[in-house]
Design a protein around this ligand. Structure first.
Ligand code: PBG
Length: 335
């Protein structure tokens, strides 16, 4: 039944007025359901070997590859801003088939962990990416068989060695991100056997083969040709993401992560409801660059879009967010 134009509508009882709670800033604050706090944000940081000045990453305006010195300044600032942590990525100057630079104690990532921990101590959680792709000349996250396939179990042995090197360098949490089966269990066992049981695991549990990683590949000078579809997940699969997260919890993950965040908010929610450990979401490079590019053209309000993005990821169920905006967002939130 349609009501004719101009005909008075009969209202039964009082008008229900949700707008009453939106009238003033204080009321809106009072009934706000979702908060974003600096301490819940983790800043991903790139450190490059053999450079004397920070190098801007063109596809990620405002983000740089750090020198070891500028890394120290960045982590010290992150601590002052009250961030929850930093996630370190290494960009080595030479790569090989086995990614040996990832395990070498003098490899750039292990040196960077050392530097960061020396700079901030316990004021910040220092985390490191635990994956071979930045260190392999073929750009895959693992070791290859003679046929060029990623060999799951040989890769696990390399991850165990890499975890030990990072633990020796003083890291607080490692972030296995290669999507090999059993990686959390192998890393946990290796750490515990070497008396590094204090080192935690932030597991990249539901990581999708995503186009939104595009700018990151420039950031780390990736040499990947082809794709990662034999180990990263199909974007259409949500049950599989929950399954991966449950497996990682069973294998000993302290925090499980969904990545990317924005196109996968339903996965974040499903994982949040399925596990009893903190859930992280990675607001990835492409998500950052889309907003930055539109803002640079005056097409979008950058700061508002940034805070709305982070709020939405929290609303979907993420306890922790990895975001290139971490420092900028902390500054905005402190106002
Ligand atoms: C793998 C890794 C990737 C990202 C974080 N860790 C790239 C990939 O899987 O291809 C992407 C992060 C981003 O896009 O911001 N070591």
């Amino acid at each position: 039944m349609t009501v004719g134009a101009g005909e008075p509508q009969e209202v039964v009882g009082p008008v229900i007025r949700p707008r009453r709670l939106r009238r003033t800033p204080a009321l809106r604050r009072l009934v706000g359901e979702t908060t974003v706090q600096s301490g819940q944000l983790i800043l991903p940081v790139f450190v490059r070997e053999d450079i004397s000045e920070p190098v801007p990453i063109l596809s990620m305006p405002g983000v740089v590859q750090h020198t070891r010195d500028s890394l120290r300044a960045a982590v010290s600032e992150a601590a002052e801003l009250g961030l929850g942590g930093v996630m370190l990525f290494g960009v080595p100057s030479s790569k090989d088939a086995t990614g040996s630079g990832a395990i070498d104690p003098t490899g750039i990532l292990n040196l960077a962990i050392n530097d960061a921990v020396a700079e901030v101590g316990d004021a910040l959680t220092v985390m490191s990416d635990l994956c071979l792709d930045e260190f392999t000349d073929h750009g895959h996250c693992g070791l290859l068989t003679v046929d060029g396939e990623v060999d799951n179990d040989k890769t696990l042995a390399a991850y165990a060695d890499m975890a030990l090197a990072q633990a020796e360098a003083g890291v607080d949490m490692v972030g296995p991100s290669g999507m090999m089966d059993g990686q959390v269990a192998v890393v946990r066992r290796a750490l515990d056997a070497a008396e590094h049981s204090r080192v935690g695991i932030l597991a990249y549990s539901a990581k999708y083969a995503s186009a939104f990683f595009g700018p990151f590949r420039e950031a780390v000078g990736s040499s990947l040709e082809g794709d990662r579809r034999t180990y990263q997940q199909d974007p259409g699969n949500v049950r599989e993401g929950v399954r991966e997260a449950l497996l990682d919890v069973a294998e000993g993950a302290d925090i499980v992560m969904v990545k990317p965040a924005l196109a996968y908010l339903d996965v974040v929610r499903r994982v949040r409801d399925a596990v009893d450990v903190p859930v992280a979401a990675y607001n990835v490079s492409g998500e950052y660059s889309m907003v930055e590019a539109a803002a640079a053209r005056g097409w979008i309000d950058r700061d508002a879009a940034m805070l709305e993005t982070l709020t939405a990821i929290r609303r979907a169920g993420a306890d922790v967010i990895l975001t290139y905006w971490a420092a900028d967002a902390a500054r905005l939130l402190a106002r």
